[in-house]
Design a protein around this ligand. Sequence first.
Ligand code: UGA
Length: 446
Amino acid sequence: MGKDYEREDILRNMRISVIGSGYVGLVTGTGLASKGHDVICVDKDKTKVDKINEGEPPIYEEGLKDMLQEVTTEGYLRATDDIFEAVKNSDLTFLCVGTPSLPDGSIDTTYIEEASKDIAAGLKEKLGYHVVCVKSTVLPGTTDHVVMPIIEEGGKEIGPEVGLGMNPEFLREGVALKDFMEPDRIVIGGSDEKSIAVINEAYEEFDAPVIKTDLRTAECIKYASNALLATKISFANEFALLCEEVGVDVYDVMDAVGKDHRICRQFLNAGCGFGGSCFPKDLKALVDFSKAISLKPRILEAVLKVNEEQPIHAIDMLTEEIGRLSGKKIAVLGLTFKPDTDDVRETRALPMVRSLLQRGAHVFAYDPMGMENFSELVDGIEYVDTAIDALKNSDGCVIQTAWDEFKTLKADDFHRMKSPVIIDCRRVLNPEIEKEDVVYRSIGLG
Ligand code: UGA
């Protein structure tokens, strides 16, 4: 690719619009505004827009409130529900809308398509060069096959007038701002050198290696990253079952395995599996996509299968300890897919609770933040105000989320149970608790 632009074409303090103000969009907008860019966040939801303009994030992310307040007060960030105005008044647009799963597991690009149409309409009135950059997780080929034709239909010529980009996010919910401000790497895919340069300019103040590539490679990097992280978890979970049989602790094994810098210890915590809005959805989409292009996604299917079976394994462990569950009172501690969030999407608590109910148990659940959301997923369980309330007179308990407050539970708290049987699915407690007259079982602890 020849250099067909001058660096001076690219503004230093860029005018950036961000479409979709969920956790990815709002964190991206706030982070870029903190680096001195002029950012407009867009959302259809007027209440969200008003909150953002008041410096009040509509979602909880560590550190976001302070930074958002700073950038809104200093005038670096504002929000609007008018996408046309936002596009018209910016030179780079990040597309951060959701890509949910359809019932068959395939990816739903409706929001991407709708937003692209709006961007194309906004671009009609835009003077000067503009880059449209997809941040949403999309399957290989989506940016050039779905987004590009819609933008072209709007009348602008891809290349001289508009550039296309793909800049995947690697943000963990809860610590998304930290992940954004201190990235391991920044991946920038582009339709040409100029679009890559414009996106790169937005990240100039960030200290991380930048991988400049084409659109499809960028799309693949995101899926490969999530799929490999999920694979590590399912691997640890499968190995955990072996460790239980041979009488060793999978955490000891993985601690040593993870010391190898080629492997690394992260995402090798065995437990009841991965949930959330990303891993399960992305893996299912990848399986579906692979099959659609006549491939056999053997590893990915196995990763998902292990993940489905893991919560049931925890309930089987409980049954081994207390016998048939029919009529028994079971405490479920933790309903969210991970701690420090109220998000229950694809939480492993759901298959667990369903299995408990199927086996006739009475479920008493407690979660510091997730009870309201969880109550929309399943009927027939009771919610209580504290972990101790759930434990009182119960025949067994399952710890599903590694909330800090569960780490402080003592043997005495479990002695309030009718039978102090603990199934610790996230290695929240010290296994030594077993010495204090409780039955302690944990996934992968032989
Ligand atoms: C994940 C990725 O970590 C981010 O890099 C990515 O950007 C994001 O998806 C996305 O695609 O948007 P997230 O879903 O927020 O982030 O949560 P994680 O912290 O990765 O945890 C996912 C699930 O894996 C949780 O249920 C967690 O409990 C489980 N997990 C994680 C384990 O069971 N074991 C581990 O060792 C690590």
